[in-house]
Design a binder for this molecule. Structure first.
Ligand SMILES: Cc1ncc(COP(=O)(O)O)c(C=O)c1O
Length: 386
């Protein structure tokens, strides 16, 4: 297996995947240390990783978990979500966001998103909070790595007495006016899945500024254990392993540089596509977008053009992704398990689902690669849309 050489030389024809973990000799060395130690389950590497990630992210308390979904479930439980509670959230996200709410016995209530940012639209959130005063929680996703409009959303949360949890699965090191995501709400969840900006293979964490929430999260992820086979509250086995944490320790040393590499690739695309027919990612003043995805909006009805472009790029050896092809309101597994306030329509989420297409933006996309991607996208546009 090729170990990370950075910047990666490109022969100009090799496939460019939509995602690829960036591993170096450092991760191999740390994993080997763990294997040699024989301490494969949770131990000192997990605790070192928690400290290192807390410092990198700028959040005081971090509790490592087995993945981002278990981190979300834990974060919701730790802030007090209970059966029957209503949790306002976005329909334009990965299913784990809504599933974690359901795992608590609570009910997702969906508000619509903004066409420009794909994040929750404060106007739609306010309409939902006004219409249903029984909503007590809000789960905010920072989609694609762009912070949600936290100033507006936190003001609404305060006005309507709603507790906020952040889904930071895609937003490591993202900030708003210099404030890191994960420090706005009462608790936050990160994912370290293989495709994420920082990976441990599978993995995640709860992050919080509140030591009591951190303590509850630690109990919940460790079977509620407070003493030797003594279990104070109902909990789960949601622990991270030392093997995973070793990978994360290597990654965290390079997370700032890897984030800048994503941002440089994104800036290149945005310049290349300026004045063309696509909707481009935005980075409003004060926002630091970390480009977990670089997602275009391809104009057209029913995803027809978007799907054509994806097929064209595939034939050119360029991987793409659709994040996401349908709003959560149209996932069969969620049928009958959620509310939509008002007329029940989420037109922006529906339109985005038919237009979005993500391009390779990860740190192993070389300068030659990104030039090839942009050239192919524009070649398709010239023949298909002009
Ligand atoms: C927005 C969002 N929330 C939650 C998750 C769940 O994370 P995981 O796959 O680590 O369980 C993911 C990633 O997969 C995600 O993208």
């Amino acid at each position: 297996m090729q170990k990370g050489v950075w910047p990666l030389p490109s022969d100009g024809v090799a496939p460019i995947p939509i995602a690829k973990p960036f591993l170096t000799e450092r991760e191999y060395e740390l994993v080997r240390e763990v294997l040699d130690s024989g301490q494969l389950a949770e131990g000192s590497y997990v605790h070192r990783f928690e400290e290192a990630f807390a410092a990198a992210q700028g959040v005081p308390y971090v509790v490592a978990t087995s993945n981002g979904t278990t981190a979300l479930h834990t974060a919701l439980l730790a802030v007090g979500v209970r059966p029957g509670d209503k949790v306002l959230t976005t329909p334009f996200t990965f299913i784990a966001t809504a599933n974690a709410i359901l795992f608590c016995g609570a009910r997702p209530v969906f508000a619509d998103v903004s066409m420009e940012t794909a994040n929750l639209d404060p106007a739609s959130v306010e309409a939902a909070l006004k219409a249903d005063p029984s909503i007590r929680y809000m789960l905010v996703v920072h989609l694609y790595g762009l912070p949600a409009p936290m100033r507006e959303l936190m003001a609404l949360a305060e006005a309507y007495d709603v507790t906020v949890v952040e889904d930071c699965a895609q937003a490591h090191l993202a900030t708003l006016d210099g404030q890191p995501v994960g420090t706005f709400g009462r608790a936050a969840a990160f994912s370290f899945y293989a495709t994420k900006n920082l990976t441990t293979g599978e993995g995640g964490c709860v992050a919080t500024t509140d030591p009591e929430v951190a303590e509850r999260a630690r109990l919940i992820t460790h079977h509620g254990q407070t003493g030797h086979y003594f279990h104070e509250v109902l909990g789960y086995n949601y622990r991270m392993t030392n093997v995973e944490a070793a990978i994360g320790l290597g990654q965290v040393e390079r997370i700032e540089a890897m984030t800048e590499a994503r941002r440089a690739n994104a800036a290149f695309y945005t310049q290349a596509f300026q004045g063309h027919s696509f909707g481009l990612p935005v980075e409003p003043p004060g926002y630091r977008h970390v480009y977990h995805q670089y997602t275009l909006r391809v104009p057209g009805k029913n995803g027809e053009h978007r799907d054509q472009l994806a097929a064209f790029l595939k034939a050119e050896g360029i991987g793409t992704g659709i994040h996401y092809p349908r709003p959560l309101t149209r996932q069969p597994s969620l049928a009958g398990r959620f509310d939509v306030v008002g007329d029940g329509e989420l037109p922006v989420a529906e339109e985005l689902a038919s237009q979005v297409l993500s391009l390779p933006v990860h740190p192993l996309v070389s300068e030659a690669d990104r030039e090839r991607v942009a050239e192919a996208v524009l070649r398709w546009e010239a023949q298909a849309l002009r």
